[in-house]
Design a protein around this ligand. Sequence first.
Ligand code: HEC
Length: 127
Amino acid sequence: MKKISSITLLTTILLFSGCGQSFNSNSLDRNLAQVNNCADPSYTELCAANQIIQAQCIDCHDRFHDTWTAFDTDQKWIDSGRVIKNDADRSPLIVKLKKYGGNMPKDKDPLSTADINALRTWINNMP
Ligand code: HEC
């Protein structure tokens, strides 16, 4: 019995904090994991990409089944399937953007060309 009510509670919490319900006053912190080596020039592009994703995407992409907050290395993005190394044109992170016919960032203005270019450069130059 106890187990069932925990599951019910958990499900209720997940439903109320579910996908697409961004911009509320939920007190959970939604921050990407810090990239640790931003002073090192070989991390510049990852750090730039992280800033854009933090500003434009993380509000929604940190809850329920999403774990973007944990992606602090190129490899974690690649392993997640959102980024295809050196192939921005096929990476879901890019293809889902409004400019490419997708719908991201949902309910917000499209990313600026500068931001899109920064994301593309990061993906296409991955070592
Ligand atoms: C207002 C909330 C919201 C914002 C902001 C947002 N997304 Fe999403 N995103 C969603 C939802 C909801 C889905 C699942 C439904 C869909 O695919 O439309 C999704 C799905 C996705 C997917 C496919 C599923 C996945 O998890 O890989 C990608 C890729 C994606 N978004 C990229 C982005 C990027 C890149 C940004 C920032 C530039 C962004 N999103 C900003 C709500 C959002």
